[in-house]
Write a protein that binds this ligand. Sequence first.
Ligand SMILES: [Zn+2]
Length: 227
Amino acid sequence: MTSAPRQDPAAVEAEVREKIHLEILKRTGAYHANDHVLLPSGHHTSEYIEKTLVTTEPSFTEGLGAVIAKHFAPWPIDVVLSTGHGALILSHCVARAHPSRPIAVYGIKRVVGGKRRVTLPAEFRRLIREGTKVLLVEDLVSSGRTLKLLIHLVERHGGQVVGVGCLWRRTSVVVDDTPVFSLVSRDFPTYAPEQCPLCQKGVPLNEEFVRRQHHRRPSSVQEPKPS
Ligand SMILES: [Zn+2]
């Protein structure tokens, strides 16, 4: 007897859900597909997310926050912790919708002695202590570095990270031992200019996003010069 290859219904459902979430991000104007984009690294890609636009539609952010809250509803949570403007807006929506009625606090990112760090404002420090159950919320996870800093921060205060909820995660990011729930898990290929198929097809290169990042940079920060 032969059996046709069957798709796992849960996997199909997850795929459909991911498509819906991607469509929502598209409607905020944050998600660009079928483009030819110059990245800050100098590589080229066909897809791009404008992080700042992701949380600009309150009703979308609330809806997406509620989906993350629902996923983590079976776990008691005391604190929702995030860092960065977009993540903070989303974390408020997650905390609002979670049945444990957790509080929402944020860490502050800074560079100390050339190293990236996340610290808690003094007023929040007593809120994460021995045994506090913490849900981390991020908007986009692209390198996983911020998440690792947040996990260390919680552990330093004796708290326990229950999980990570985010809107978008690059599938190559691995966070050890911490369950990650992402509304969209997606990795798109990036190319060195000389190997870029879009360049070879003669598609015009969109340099807009890199230009904007340059403008945003404080003037006191100098680009490292090649020695
Ligand atoms: Zn190219």
